[in-house]
Design a protein around this ligand. Structure first.
Ligand SMILES: Nc1ncnc2c1ncn2[C@@H]1O[C@H](COP(=O)(O)OP(=O)(O)OP(=O)(O)O)[C@@H](O)[C@H]1O
Length: 242
């Protein structure tokens, strides 16, 4: 199969506002695709529909040829999609390790007990956080909170990982570390769809970009060519720069 994720004519209306307007695109296995666009263009709404956190008004989302639109978020996790959120959603009263153990209980293998603890350490090691496993989650620095959220998403064993501005708010050193971390996850075979505003990160990580503006898809292609596209430049910077 040439595509893992296939989105067809996806639309979301909030009352009179069409936040996502008949958007179609695909993601192939092993690809890292950037989902870009100015603020309010509908990117997070697309992610929310893929992960089941918002129902689509119309259109279809398929993973590996199976329709997943219409399913609840926990069912979509079991089909192989996990995500991070713009605002980190950990369980602050638990330790870092327990946060990942909690995710494993809901994952595709529903791990508990010692098996879950061992697996959690492995997931934390993948994101460079194993040494903080016994620390309270609320003591983590911002980047470590983001690492923990990534470990929780990886614990769900996704075929498709959705990242919603995972790199936002990091300083330049942390950004370089974060880019390398996402690259290492890709090298292990992950397929990633990432909403991102940081152009350097997009250039470093994404082979392809889908660009939205005012709810519509305006470009879809190899990163360098897409970022140079006149309509994309106009959407970001205005007519004067195009
Ligand atoms: N639950 C909601 N109810 C009503 N309107 C919403 C809801 N969620 C999003 N919107 C609106 O839909 C439009 C698209 O929002 P969305 O968050 O998807 O954009 P975005 O491209 O992710 O923006 P940003 O880059 O700022 O995160 C915006 O006009 C937003 O105000």
């Amino acid at each position: 199969m040439s595509e893992l994720l296939k989105i067809e004519e996806l639309t979301k209306r909030f009352g009179g506002l069409t936040a996502v307007n008949s958007v179609s695109f695909s993601v192939a296995p092993g690809e890292v695709v950037g989902l870009l666009g100015p603020n309010g263009s509908g990117k997070t709404t697309v992610l929310n529909m893929i992960s089941g956190h918002l129902p689509a008004t119309s259109g279809r989302i398929a993973l590996g040829g199976q329709t997943i639109s219409g399913l609840a978020p926990n069912q979509i996790v079991l089909k192989g999609v996990s995500r991070t959120f713009q605002l980190v959603r950990g369980l602050p009263s638990l330790t870092v390790g327990e946060n990942v153990v909690a995710a494993l209980a809901f994952g595709r293998r529903k791990l508990w007990g010692k098996a879950a603890q061992a697996e959690a350490l492995q997931r934390l090691d993948e994101v460079g956080l194993a040494h903080r496993a016994d620390q309270s989650a609320q003591e983590l620095t911002y980047i470590d909170q983001k690492r923990m959220e990534l470990a929780r998403a990886l614990a769900l064993e996704p075929e498709l990982l959705l990242l919603d501005e995972w790199l936002a708010g990091l300083n330049p050193t942390e950004m370089a570390t974060g880019i390398e971390l996402i690259r290492s996850i890709q090298r292990r075979g992950a397929t990633i769809l990432m909403v991102e505003h940081m152009m350097d990160a997009i250039r470093a990580l994404c082979s392809r970009c889908v660009v939205m503006n005012a709810g519509r898809k305006i470009a879809d292609g190899p990163t360098a060519a897409t970022l140079a596209d006149r309509e994309v430049v106009t959407a970001y910077l205005g007519e004067a720069y195009a």
